[in-house]
Every structure is written in C-alpha cells, then in structure tokens.
Design a protein. Structure first.
Length: 190
C-alpha cells in the first residue's frame, strides 16, 4: 500500500489543477495545468517519433498524376503518359531507361519546329527517390520546372508546355534524392 503513496500527491495536484481556475497573479501555474490536462496520465510519455525519410510527403496540388497510386518505374510512366499526354505522340522511339545516382542528371534533347505543338514530359523512378524535371531553352534559360517531392514528376502537372519559339530545347532529369533506375518520355501534340 505504501509503494504507490508517492504518486498520490502528484495525482491530486494534476486532478485539481485541471479543474480549478488559477488567479491572474499566477500565470505560470495556469500554463502548466493546460499542458498537464492534455496528458492522459502522470507517467511521462515517450518523445514523439521523428519523421523519417520514408514518411509520407505533403499532399500534391491537383494534376494529371492524381490517379497514380503505388505504381513505380515503367508502370508509373505508362500511367502518367495515359493521363497526362492524351492526344500526344512520344518523341523518343523508346522509353528512356537510365540509372541515376544522388544529384545525378540526364538530358533529353528536343527540337521544336511548330510552336503550336505543345510538349509534355514525365519521369518515374523504380524505387524510392525524389525527381525533378526542367525544360531549358538553348540559352539555358528555364522554360518550366516540376518537382513533386516524389519518385515521379510531370512537366507540367496542369497542362502541356507551349514554347514561344522554335528551336532546340532540353528536358533535364535530376535525381534530388535516391539512387535507382528511372524511366522517362517526352510527348508532343499531334
């Protein structure tokens, strides 16, 4: 019976502190009571777990990638192509497959002759990664960029990119995090 008597006083203080009103001359006691009332018991809780690298990323803004679920790699790219490049033709004869290291990059040259034929590009990783896509003009000026903090990216999630002038462009794939095989394709309106 005496084993638990040392808990009686703190339990009584917590129980009374949560129910009573503290006078305005003791603001610190009121702050402590508010914190204690949020804890269901007097046993100290373990610190909250830190978010890990595999924690779910923030929700995405709406885009053509909305229906992508657990697909990765080539299956994800095919689904992105079906959803994001409807009515477009692939510019690469085959899907680009390349292994990228962290901070690695790969370029896909694109020639635009008719500016009314807008572009779309997508990339998907075969494993955990964070990918970024950029469309650069011949002078290295950035035309568009997409980074979703995921193992896939689409230029642009909300619609095709129509460039202002004909010429040479480059789609740049960047591996921000991860090391895995990635699959990419560029499409142009028919």
């Amino acid at each position: 019976m005496h084993r638990f008597s040392f808990l009686a006083v703190p339990l009584l203080l917590v129980a009374c502190g949560g129910c009573s009103k503290t006078s305005s001359t003791e603001p610190h006691a009121q702050d402590g009571a508010a914190q204690s009332s949020a804890v269901p018991s007097v046993v100290p809780s373990a610190p909250a777990p830190r978010p890990s690298a595999s924690a779910d990323p923030a929700p995405l803004p709406p885009g053509c990638y909305d229906d992508l679920q657990a697909e990765t790699g080539k299956a994800a790219l095919e689904k992105l192509g079906a959803a994001c490049a409807k009515g477009m033709r692939p510019l690469l004869p085959e899907v680009l497959e390349v292994e990228l290291e962290p901070e690695g990059r790969r370029e896909i040259p694109v020639t635009v002759i008719d500016t009314s034929k807008c572009l779309r590009a997508a990339v998907a990783a075969n494993g955990e990664a964070e990918l970024r896509l950029q469309l650069l003009a011949r002078d290295d000026s950035k035309v568009a960029e997409a980074s979703l903090g995921r193992g896939y990216a689409v230029l642009n999630g909300d619609g095709p990119i129509c460039v202002g002038s004909p010429g040479q462009y480059r789609v740049i794939i960047r591996m921000d995090k991860g090391k895995t095989e990635v699959f990419a394709q560029v499409w142009q309106a028919k």
